[in-house]
Design a protein around this ligand. Structure first.
Ligand SMILES: Nc1nc2c(ncn2[C@@H]2O[C@H](COP(=O)(O)OP(=O)(O)OP(=O)(O)O)[C@@H](O)[C@H]2O)c(=O)[nH]1
Ligand SMILES: [Mg+2]
Length: 283
């Protein structure tokens, strides 16, 4: 880790689980039994305070207001004793949606993209839809009456590709000659517990979003695809899960490695992104 700070560009639309992951991560860092642990005073924890309290009571936290963007600074150390600062953002996911829809990257986001060379994209597969093709909607269906002027919508796969293409372009503007896949990228498939998928995270992504999968692999040499269940199980914002609150939220949640192994270490995806040895430069 660098002495100045490791800024991770955390990308995720609304409802993918950014806030719950942030709160659970914070708790794991403080518990100090994972690959990364907190070794000093964290600042700007206010945005996570409400989520930490809700989880302690066994309830889900609220959606983050669209206009919010706050960077929390967390002094962390690795098992080998090296230390640095992790800059973890909390923001309303509509900001990402609006960038995709307007095809415009606001100045503040432009700076963030240019300053961070480690990107973490959170995708909740259950929120994505695969458009019909000749297999899901055979040609015989075309004879049936089509709805009048169906609204044109860009598919979820195309939206994610569009987002990454915009951001790689913005990044290359600041450093000419930089290859599109030169930033480190980890894709986290969130809410893995509700997916009910038997295979590995890369297999899930390939099965669910094949075009996006092809784009990832043609742009990054080794994109990392992991599963994440920050909560470990669904929680309700209004009723408390008494088992959750009595055992403590730190007992719940897991990540799934690209090979399909489960681990309770929620700091693992970040450790992997920050680790120089786990990354191969794009050619
Ligand atoms: N089953 C399950 N649900 C989860 C998990 N993590 C988050 N959720 C639920 O997913 C919903 C969205 O989570 P948030 O963390 O608020 O999502 P967000 O990305 O911060 O969304 P915005 O604040 O709108 O940008 C909430 O209802 C959570 O209860 C998980 O690991 N498993
Ligand atoms: Mg949020």
């Amino acid at each position: 880790m660098s002495a100045s700070g490791d800024s991770i560009l955390l990308l995720g639309e609304s409802g993918v689980g950014k806030t719950h992951y942030g709160a659970q991560l914070l708790r794991r860092l403080m518990k100090r039994d994972c690959r990364l642990s907190m070794n000093g005073q964290a600042t700007n924890l206010e945005p996570f305070q409400a989520a930490l309290e809700s989880l302690s009571e066994g309830r889900a936290a609220d959606h983050t207001a669209t206009s919010i963007y706050v960077d929390s600074v967390w002094p962390v150390s690795k098992e080998d004793g090296t230390s640095g600062q992790l800059i973890w953002p909390e923001y309303g996911g509509e900001q990402i949606k609006s960038m995709i829809e307007s095809r415009h990257v606001p100045d503040a986001w432009r700076t963030r993209v240019q300053q961070a060379d480690r990107w973490m994209l959170m995708v909740r597969l259950q929120q994505t839809q695969l458009d019909d093709d000749v297999l899901s909607r055979p040609l015989s269906d075309l004879r049936k009456a089509a709805p009048d002027n169906p609204p044109h919508q860009i598919s979820d796969q195309a939206r994610l590709i569009e987002l990454l293409q915009m951001l790689t372009y913005v990044r290359s503007m600041s450093s000419p000659g930089v290859q599109p896949g030169s930033s480190r990228l980890a894709v986290l498939l969130t809410c893995w517990d509700e997916l009910g998928f038997e295979g590995t995270p890369p297999e899930a992504l390939k099965a669910r979003l094949p075009m996006f999968w092809a784009f990832l692999n043609s742009t990054w040499i080794t994109p990392t695809v992991m599963g994440l269940s920050a909560l470990g199980r669904p929680l309700n914002p209004h009723t408390s899960d008494s088992d959750y609150s009595s055992q403590g939220p730190e007992q719940f949640g897991f990540v799934v490695t690209p090979e399909g192994e489960r681990s309770p270490d929620l700091t693992w995806p970040i450790h992997l992104l920050l680790d120089e040895h786990n990354y191969q430069e794009a050619g």
